[in-house]
Design a protein around this ligand. Structure first.
Ligand code: ADP
Ligand code: MG
Length: 699
């Protein structure tokens, strides 16, 4: 057992050399509360001779990173009232001007004699000028803040705690911290070798005192591997625990293919299944006909046809005399599913029962009774399905749609219904396979990577504000031709800081000034659910021509008559979010359009350009992840997203796959992690992942 002593690394940051109460406060703003946090406060990037250019060789029209001494600086007023902070930098090869329009306050933090790193596009403006995306004050030039040939770590810094201070702080404390880290190594040399990563101590030294950018990257990979390994270990244990509980509950149900209902549906479908759908069904049926319980994620882009696949799974359970359930995140989606399924089931002897929160008391009682007696073979509903009082007679399969809108616990709750139903969860958020494995490591994965044939591309255009009036005219034409449109805004009730057109305000304006002759509807996140649903229903019924909304409509809504998606402030959305929004049109036979109005900078236009140029959800997701990082990619929508600090979905897929394999093997061998050499793993899980372990507790 590791002794319960407090490691040096667990001491509050304030006890570090060079840290007083003031600095401790600044460190806390960076998330550094303990000595360990400081050690893990790794540079966000590195600069060396291969990335830093000599000032004399910087070319107009390129992007450059330079380091130079500030030889003069000051604020320039301009005729337009804009105040520009300017500095001139010098290195051994020449001088260059750097300008920060609208940031006169930099006068207080960038001084003559500072050594400054700047990175950004080089323009021509009375000479070469850099307009920095980023700048870092490295220290005082005369203190020898850098030496040629050195690798320079660039840390996330904050007000009151500069790069220079951070680097000094780390330098002062590093040896002691590294020694403490060495004592905390959890991996055996063999395991480190298998992953091709250095021991913890060396990794941290390479990160903080890099001898080359490559070695620093090796250090980061070590931390990434550790993160991936423990997360996969967590998943593997959850997987195993769930499996053993299923086994003790009599295992899964081994369904038999009678093809009574499935054959009927197959013959009646108005289309042929895609190869991807057929493949998915093969995997799902294999799970369902085995005595093992299914726990599978079906991931497919918007419109890839997940619902039909789900229906086949539901029918397999039903033709075996079991009940089947489909859970959706909102009432609208549940109703929509109920309608869709009922239509697909026309002519089949299977009735759909709807169970949502808005049923009247009598309806609800009736629904609950037929669910309990088994007379309701197919139940579609919302969270209402997992609430008190819902008792299936024999639930054989549970399908959860748009699974990222539910927590792990809710997903489990449905699975707890009845004996041991097979579970299929569906997601339209196309994410790279490696990331899916990470997020849903306790699930098996099926990907629908093909759209049904004959899908037309949605005409997508990126426009600036000046084009808004024309976009409105276009909506008017479409509505005159009998179609409907969405107008989407990023947020409701924006702060004063950012001048966004909040949906409520814009709704007023659009209703009064722009489309006075049309019926408009408004939905946003702060609205009560029943009001939202009423408006949505009116839109589905065609009573509303233009639906103004925030992103609450983004998932799943299917209105075939809607042909225009106008997105305001598109630069504020993630690409994957835009992809979901675009997927709301083009669902009928008519040509459909997605118009992005954006007022971002060049970089955000480039990003949106990626979106305009492709309709491949996976490509878009990859670009999104690449451009924004994981936190922003998922935003607040994702439940249970592990906060990876070091693992990078683009660079570290191999580590993840390895970790997954190792974790599964380990849990096979020693499920409780009770063997002496595995106990440190159990310790780490307890210390770092207690919250997530609870999340995975089943039953
Ligand atoms: P999603 O995966 O986004 O949930 P849906 O299941 O709603 O997609 O399917 C989108 C549309 O495509 C539906 O109208 C559905 O009937 C249709 N569809 C599904 N599979 C096929 C197919 N193989 N061929 C043609 N149309 C299909
Ligand atoms: Mg769907």
């Amino acid at each position: 057992m590791p002794p319960p002593v407090l490691s040096l690394l667990d001491r509050p940051a304030q006890y570090l050399k060079g840290v007083g109460p003031r600095r401790a406060e600044a460190l806390a703003r960076l998330g550094v509360h303990s000595a360990r946090d400081l050690l893990l406060h790794i540079p966000r990037r590195y600069e060396d001779a291969s990335t830093v250019q000599r000032i004399g060789s910087v070319q107009v029209g390129t992007d450059a990173t330079v380091i130079g001494e500030v030889v003069s600086q000051g604020v320039l007023p301009t005729r337009s009232g804009l105040r520009i902070f300017q500095a001139v930098l010098r290195d051994g090869s020449g001088l260059i001007e750097v300008a920060w329009p609208g940031q006169p306050f930099l006068d207080r933090s960038i001084h003559k004699g500072d050594l400054l790193l700047v990175a950004g596009p080089v323009k021509f403006f009375h000479g070469r000028q850099i307009q920095p995306r980023e700048h870092v004050v490295l220290g005082r030039a005369d203190e020898g803040a850098t030496a040629a040939g050195k690798v320079l770590p660039i840390y996330p810094a904050t007000e009151g705690l500069s790069q220079r201070m951070l680097r000094a702080l780390l330098e002062t404390n590093l040896d002691g911290l590294l020694a403490a880290a060495e004592a905390e190594e959890v991996f055996s040399p063999a395991q480190l070798r298998s992953a091709g990563v250095p021991p913890l101590r060396d990794a941290l030294e390479e990160l903080h005192r890099p001898t080359s950018v490559k070695r620093a990257e090796r250090g980061r990979r070590r931390l990434a591997y550790e993160e991936a390994f423990f997360l996969q270990l967590l998943h593997a244990r959850a997987h195993r625990q769930a499996a053993s509980e299923r086994a003790s509950a009599g295992g899964g149900i081994a369904f038999r293919r009678t093809d009574e209902l499935i054959g009927l549906l197959y013959r009646r479908l108005p289309f042929a299944l895609t190869e991807a759908q057929t493949g998915a069904l093969r995997e799902i049926f294999a799970d369902m006909t085995s005595p093992r319980r299914m726990n599978r994620l079906l991931q497919g882009d918007v419109g890839s046809g997940k619902t039909v696949v789900a229906l086949f799974a539901l029918l397999l359970a039903i033709e075996n005399g079991c009940q089947a359930a489909l859970m959706a995140p909102t009432e609208i989606l549940a109703e929509q599913h109920a309608r869709t399924l009922a239509a697909l089931l026309e002519g089949l002897p299977v009735q759909v029962t709807l169970l949502t929160g808005s049923l009247g008391a009598a309806e609800r009682r009736a629904a609950l009774a037929s669910i309990a007696s088994g007379r309701a073979p197919l139940v579609v509903g919302t969270h209402a399905l997992i609430q008190e009082g819902v008792q299936f007679r024999k639930l054989g399969v549970a399908v959860v749609d748009e699974q990222h809108r539910f927590g792990v616990r809710q997903r489990m709750a449905l699975a707890e219904q009845g004996a041991a139903p097979d579970v299929l969860v569906m997601s339209a958020t196309p994410i790279p396979r490696s990331l899916a494995l990470t997020l849903y490591g306790d699930l098996d994965l099926t990907v629908l990577d093909e759209l049904p044939p004959g899908r037309r591309r949605i005409k997508t255009a990126l426009r600036d504000e000046a084009a808004r009036a024309r976009a409105y005219d276009f909506i008017r034409e479409q509505v005159a031709a009998g179609r409907q449109a969405y107008v989407v805004y990023p947020l409701v009730e924006e702060s004063e800081k950012v001048d966004l057109r909040a949906a409520t305000q814009e709704f007023e304006r659009l209703s009064r000034n722009v489309f006075p002759e049309l019926r408009l509807g408004l939905i946003h996140g702060q609205m009560p659910a029943d009001e939202k649903d009423a408006t949505m229903r009116a839109f589905v019924a065609g009573e509303i021509a233009v639906l103004v909304s925030t992103t609450v409509i983004e998932v799943g809504i299917d209105v075939a008559n809607a042909t225009v998606m106008l997105v305001e402030h598109a630069e504020r959305f993630g690409l994957s979010q835009l992809h979901q929004l675009r997927g709301r049109v083009g669902r009928g036979a008519d040509e459909s359009y997605c118009i992005l109005i954006a007022s971002g900078d060049e970089e955000s236009n480039r990003r949106l350009g990626v979106f305009v140029s492709t309709d491949d959800g996976f490509a878009i997701a990859r670009a999104d992840l690449h451009l924004r990082g994981m936190g922003d990619f998922f935003g607040a929508r994702q439940h249970g997203l592990p906060d990876f600090r070091f693992w990078d979905p683009e660079k570290d897929e191999d580590l993840l796959l390895l970790a997954r394999e190792q974790a599964r093997a380990l849990v096979e061998l020693d499920p409780d992690l009770s063997q002496p050499e595995h106990r440190p793993f159990a310790e780490v899980l307890r210390a770092r992942y207690a919250e997530r372990e609870r999340l995975y507790e089943v039953g």
